[in-house]
Ligand binder design. Structure first.
Ligand code: ARG
Ligand code: ZN
Ligand code: CA
Length: 265
C-alpha cells in the first residue's frame, strides 16, 4: 500500500455524570496521540532501545473525527448519550453466565449505551465509565458489526480532562486499536512461553510487563534483548510504551486487505 490510510472515527461518549461527559478537547487530544503513534511520530519513540531501532514500524494510518454521519448529515464525529448505567462491563468469554459472555451494554441504546455506526465505514470508539478498573477492550476483525470497535474508560482516554496517570498518554486507545487491527498481546495470552502473537520480530515473552520496566527483561530464552516491553501491545504504563514493530505493521496492513478492506477503498 502507498500513502496513509485515513480512518473516519466516531466517538460515542456515554455518561452517567457530568464529569464523564468529557470535553471535545480531551477527545481531540486522543486523536492527536493516534496520529502520532500510528505514524511513528510520537516524540518518545526516541526511547526505543538501540537494538530495535531499525524495526520500529510506521503503520501509515491516520485518524480523523467523522465529518458525515450515517445519514449523510454533517457531524463533529461525536455522539453524547446520558445513561443511568453507573459503569459498564466487558464481555467475559470464560464466564458461566451467558449474559456476561456477551455483555456489551455500552454498544446498544436499548441497554443504556449508544448504537454503533456502520462498522465498515467508521471506527467506533465508546468512551464511558468501566467497571473493575478496566482500561479498555476491543473487538477483533471478523466479529458482528453491531459490536465492532473499541471501548475505553474516560479515565484512560486522551491526555487531559479526566485522563489520569499513569494511563493519561492515550496509549490504551492505541493498544485497543492494535487489537481492532488483529494484533495480539506479544505474549500470546498464554503464560509460560507457549503463547505466540504470530509476529516474528516481537521476541517471544512469558507474560505481560507492567509499570515502567528497565531494559532488558529476559524471559523465555530471549536474551540478550529480552521482552519488547515498550511495545504498544504489552501492558506497561502509557509513558513506557512507544512502538509497533515492522512485523506488527505488516499484520495490520494485511487486515486492511482482508477483514477491514472496506477502509482501504
Ligand atoms: N488491559 C487492556 C487490554 O488488554 C489495555 C491495556 C492498556 N495499557 C496501557 N498502558 N494503556 O486490552
Ligand atoms: Zn489488550
Ligand atoms: Ca512474536
Amino acid at each position: 500500500r502507498e500513502g496513509v490510510l485515513d480512518i473516519p472515527v466516531v466517538v460515542h461518549v456515554v455518561h452517567s455524570t457530568d464529569e464523564q461527559n468529557i470535553s471535545e478537547a480531551q477527545i481531540r487530544s486522543q486523536i492527536d496521540v493516534l496520529n502520532r503513534d500510528f505514524r511513528k511520530q510520537n516524540p518518545d519513540v526516541s526511547n526505543v532501545p538501540q537494538v530495535w531501532r531499525n524495526i520500529i514500524g510506521d503503520a501509515r494510518i491516520g485518524f480523523h473525527l467523522a465529518g458525515t454521519d450515517p445519514l449523510g448529515r454533517p457531524t463533529n464525529g461525536i455522539t453524547r448519550t446520558r445513561t443511568s448505567v453507573a459503569s459498564f462491563d466487558a464481555p467475559d468469554p470464560s464466564s458461566p453466565d451467558p449474559d456476561k459472555r456477551t455483555d456489551n451494554k455500552v454498544k446498544f441504546a436499548q441497554t443504556g449505551g449508544q448504537n454503533a455506526w456502520p462498522s465498515d465505514v467508521y471506527l467506533n470508539i465508546w468512551v464511558c465509565q468501566l467497571t473493575r478498573g478496566l482500561l479498555g477492550y476491543a473487538q477483533f476483525p471478523g466479529g458482528p458489526a453491531a459490536t465492532d470497535g473499541v471501548v475505553i474508560t474516560h479515565k484512560g482516554f486522551g491526555t487531559n480532562g479526566t485522563a489520569a496517570a499513569p494511563f493519561n498518554g492515550g496509549r490504551t486507545t492505541t493498544h485497543e486499536i492494535g487489537h481492532w487491527l488483529n494484533l495480539r498481546h506479544i505474549w500470546g495470552n498464554k503464560q509460560g512461553c507457549a503463547g505466540d502473537d504470530l509476529v516474528a520480530d516481537t521476541p517471544n515473552q512469558e507474560g505481560p510487563n507492567f509499570g515502567t520496566p528497565a531494559f532488558p527483561q529476559v524471559t523465555c530464552g530471549n536474551a540478550p534483548n529480552g521482552d519488547m516491553f515498550m511495545n504498544y501491545m504489552d501492558y506497561t504504563d502509557d509513558a513506557a510504551m512507544f512502538m509497533f514493530s515492522a512485523g506488527q505493521v505488516a499484520r495490520m496492513e494485511s487486515t486492511f486487505e482482508n477483514a477491514r478492506r472496506s477502509f482501504a477503498a
